[in-house]
Design a binder for this molecule. Structure first.
Ligand code: UD1
Ligand code: CA
Length: 466
């Protein structure tokens, strides 16, 4: 029989110290919200260890905002309501008496408690805690770590057998010197937790019911000290939020590096959690890869590139200061420097988008070149067509957008415009500086430009006399 665990995320607190215009669980963290991280860690932990159980979020403060967010993004999470935020032990009591959960929470063999504000904790640490409590048949384990500046954390006070936790406010000067601190992550036998939860009072400096009081000297409990404290960074202030985001990014970049991605200087690369990058790719500094971006193998991403919700296929190149948003760059294609690919830009294999080119909602086939200073919107351009410098698809009549179609192997001279809707066929030639308003059949040539008049000797009339 597999283990049964009830996992509780404490997310009812107010988070005053964060000074954000949002409840703490919904504080932004990378491309997500703070609460998404413990949920993901728990889901991974459950699936990796084939655990039977349920994840419940204890919500309270601004639950009218927190609940719909969780319901939308994680429909399998249960809720318990803590009406008044009277402390972490009170939050656990709410969990056990919650009407939504009542029938099961006290029947799980173990209860795992995690705070909503420790986003760096992953399934790995949770598994380590589970292994310890089962292997040593303990009643409870608290995860601890060494913190040089322990201010604000509960201190781990170790005894011959067992330990207890003293909160900063209640600590003597002697205890405040202890640098081993409580992480807020616990796993307990549910029967033990229920028994000791009953007795917890609020006789302390904050008048709160502390969950930490379930750990007592002389009992069969352990504080398990993790060597890398960064994992348990608690986000109470904006400065800690920044530190947590940094730690999450470092972890992401380490994973990518382990899979063969090379960074020139990873400390200045900002990569969201769901971004994928293939082996052999190189990423320069000052780059942002965000949202659901997928980068293939052997891709080069130069400095200043900003890639959001886009796909870059194998061996493509995103040159310096190029922006991709909802775009697809196919294999061996290149964009930039200074190009902007907007939503729906689909750049075919080996195509080349050069500097100061903007592409929106357009499909460019294999080998198309738009090398300099152009705008292409609502267009289809066929294979191997070459677009000269300064080309514009005039797609908007002030009311509606219209489509431009250009066939394959055509040549569009520099400084030309197409007034959409218009169709240019295959193998066409548009002379430089033309405005194309009428369709062109395959193989045709078009020129539309003002006639030149040259008057000999007349220039001096306009030139300043020396
Ligand atoms: C808590 C621990 C402390 C530990 C630290 C680690 C207690 C008493 N203290 O302190 O030992 O070092 O975490 O980061 O547990 N919450 C509720 N309901 C409440 C109060 C809090 O759901 O009534 C939730 C909060 O939303 C938060 C979590 O519990 O997610 C921890 O609360 P917080 O106020 O941040 O506790 P700390 O002071 O950080
Ligand atoms: Ca906290």
């Amino acid at each position: 029989m597999s283990l049964t665990i009830g996992a509780v995320i404490l997310a009812a607190g107010e988070g005053k110290r964060l000074k954000l215009n949002a409840p703490k669980p919904l504080a932004p963290c990378l491309d997500k919200k703070l609460i998404d991280f413990p949920i993901k860690a728990l889901k991974n932990f459950f699936s990796q260890n084939k655990i039977d159980g349920k994840i419940t979020a204890v919500i309270g403060h601004q639950r009218e905002l927190v609940r719909p967010y969780i319901e939308k993004h994680h429909p399998d999470i249960a809720f318990a309501i803590q009406e008044e935020q009277k402390g972490t032990a009170d939050a656990l009591r709410s969990y056990f008496i919650s009407h939504e959960n009542n029938h099961i929470t006290n029947q799980f063999q173990y209860t795992l408690v995690i705070c909503a504000d420790t986003p760096v904790v992953s399934a790995k640490e949770l598994t380590e805690m589970l292994t310890l409590i089962t292997n040593e048949n303990l009643d409870g384990v608290a995860a601890s770590f060494i913190e040089k500046n322990p201010k604000g954390y509960g201190r781990i006070v170790r005894e011959k057998k067992g330990f207890h936790i003293t909160e900063e406010k209640d600590a003597t000067d002697e205890i405040r010197k202890i640098t081993e601190v409580n992480s807020g992550l616990y796993i307990l036998k549910t029967s033990y937790l229920l028994e000791h939860l009953k007795a917890i009072d609020s006789n302390n400096k904050s008048g709160e019911f502390y969950l930490t009081d379930v750990f007592k000297d002389g009992l069969n409990v352990k504080a398990h000290c993790f060597p890398n404290g960064d994992i348990f960074l608690g986000v109470n202030t904006l400065s800690q939020l920044e530190d947590a985001e940094k730690a999450l990014r470092i972890r992401k970049k380490n994973e990518l590096r382990d899979n063969g991605v090379r960074f020139i200087d990873s400390s200045h690369c900002y990569i969201d959690s769901e971004v994928e990058v293939g082996e052999g790719s190189v990423i320069y500094p000052n780059t942002f890869l965000t949202g659901k971006t997928q980068i293939g193998k052997n891709v080069v991403i130069e400095m200043g590139a900003q890639i959001t919700n886009s796909i870059v296929d194998d061996s493509a190149k995103v040159l310096a200061y190029t922006i991709l948003d909802g775009a697809h760059l196919h294999t061996k294609a290149s964009a930039g420097p200074f190009a902007r690919l907007r939503p729906g830009a689909d750049i075919g294999p080996e195509a080349k988008i050069g500097n100061f080119v903007e592409i929106k909602k357009s499909v460019l086939d294999r080998g198309v070149k738009v090398s300099h200073l152009s705008y292409v919107g609502d267009a289809f351009i066929g294979e191997e067509t070459n677009i000269g410098c300064g080309f514009i698809t005039c797609n908007f009549d002030g009311l509606n957008k219209h489509i431009t179609k250009i066939g394959k192997n055509s040549f569009i001279g520099s400084d030309s415009q197409t007034i959409a809707p218009v169709v240019i066929g295959d193998d066409c030639f548009v002379a430089s500086s033309s405005t194309i308003t009428k369709d062109m059949p395959d193989g045709s040539f078009a020129i539309s430009r003002g006639q030149q008049t040259t008057k000999e000797g007349m220039a001096k009339k306009f030139l300043k006399k020396k």
